[in-house]
Ligand binder design. Structure first.
Ligand code: SF4
Ligand code: SF4
Length: 132
């Protein structure tokens, strides 16, 4: 899935010179909190100080701090030829190096609640995805 992200420098995107930012965090797409259950789940994840929730473009992500155990001391992948599919498919410019630093990042349950106040407490359902 290609996500419409706010890019800093979309011209000539490349991994050259990058300190392997994407191997220093686990970034996973997650659902926006459109229900009370969904909100409770995201707030619970934010109890952990290794977790952040962010919005990039229209997509929500959970970011878990933690360096990949296969990243070597020179920030190179020690299993590059055998690296997982997820790593092969993660490429610039749709990555940490090129995203807008102004993207919304929530560190605590209170951060998330404060953001959602403007929507009445929950994110609106995307068009066409509300329950019948
Ligand atoms: S995919 Fe992005 S974050 Fe990862 S090494 Fe390449 S430029 Fe850096
Ligand atoms: S397996 Fe390699 S490319 Fe994938 S996160 Fe680990 S170090 Fe990075």
């Amino acid at each position: 899935m290609r996500i419409d992200l706010p890019l800093i420098n979309p011209s000539n995107p490349s991994c050259a010179g990058c300190p392997a930012l994407c191997c220093h965090n686990l970034t996973l797409p997650t659902s926006a909190p459109t229900t009370e259950d969904g909100l409770r789940d995201l707030k619970w994840r934010l109890h952990f100080d290794t977790v952040k929730i962010c919005i990039l473009g229209k997509q929500w992500f959970m970011i878990v701090s933690g360096r990949c155990r296969f990243l070597d001391d020179h920030n190179m992948c020690a299993i590059y030829e055998q690296r997982p599919k997820q790593c092969r498919e993660y490429n610039p410019p749709y990555c940490e190096r090129y995203i807008d630093p102004g993207a919304l990042v929530f560190h605590t349950p209170a951060d998330l609640e404060a953001y959602l106040e403007q929507f009445g407490g929950l994110m609106p359902e995307p068009p066409g995805e509300s329950a019948p």
